[in-house]
Design a binder for this molecule. Structure first.
Ligand SMILES: C[S@@+](CC[C@H](N)C(=O)[O-])C[C@H]1O[C@@H](n2cnc3c(N)ncnc32)[C@H](O)[C@@H]1O
Length: 211
């Protein structure tokens, strides 16, 4: 084996090890959102969207880059703690034209989310439980949260979209009202929970074969 082949292998091994170490620290790997999910989330963000759109755990940039391109009038912020996917997305930004996109290497639990008008995330149950309090304290009325795959425990979505992809991925959409309903207040106000939950079809359904 040549010296440069050995060096390359060593670098690849070190990068892979860093990804694994940070996956344990973060509680989730930098697994990117799938194509169907990405398309559905983009369709939920009209090009004229303004304000600040934040991706909590932006990974390799799978969501933040297309969002920044689509919503040119919005400021798009991606927070990622894992150095390898963050550095990758930073390099990607250097060769692109995403002036409205900022990629920050932070633990998103350490930063304030008060300026966010839309939050997108693809995380895991424990993070969603911790986030529930943070979002409730820091987001302003009218702000939206779109989380796919994992719901925010104790919150009631204004809409749930079930995709027709392999995993039938749900996208939960929440909006911060003046006072956030909890399960108790919500049930007291509305005995029929299901009537408040609109399950709509995938905006990009997989074409079905004729019978
Ligand atoms: C499943 S990936 C999703 C990546 C991207 N948002 C997407 O949808 O393609 C979740 C990412 O969140 C990051 N993450 C988890 N907890 C974090 C935290 N507290 N602060 C910053 N990043 C975090 C992980 O490192 C991982 O890259």
């Amino acid at each position: 084996m040549l010296w440069w082949e050995a060096s390359l292998l060593l670098v690849a091994f070190a990068l892979a090890a860093l990804v694994v170490i940070y996956s344990f620290r973060a509680g989730i790997s930098p697994m990117p959102s799938g194509l169907h999910v990405k398309a559905a989330i983009l369709s939920l963000l009209p090009p004229e969207t303004t304000g600040t759109i934040v991706d909590l755990g932006s990974g390799w940039g799978t969501l933040v880059f297309p969002i920044a391109l689509r919503c040119r009038r919005a400021k798009v912020l991606g927070y990622e703690m894992s150095p390898v996917p963050w550095a990758f997305s930073l390099c990607r930004k250097l060769v692109g034209t995403h002036q409205n996109l900022q990629l920050k290497r932070n633990d998103f639990f350490d930063i304030s989310l008060h300026e966010a008008t839309t939050v997108v995330c693809y995380l895991y149950t424990d993070a969603m439980t911790r986030l529930a309090c943070k979002l409730q304290e820091e987001l302003r009325p009218g702000a939206r949260v779109m989380s796919h795959t994992f719901a925010i425990p104790g919150w009631f979505p204004i809409r749930v979209i079930q995709l027709h992809d392999l995993f039938r991925t749900p996208i939960y959409i929440y909006e911060i009202p003046l006072s956030l309903p909890t399960k108790d207040t919500f049930e007291a106000e509305s005995p029929n929970l299901n009537s408040q939950l609109s399950i709509v079809s995938d905006p990009f359904p997989t074409p079905r074969r004729p019978q």
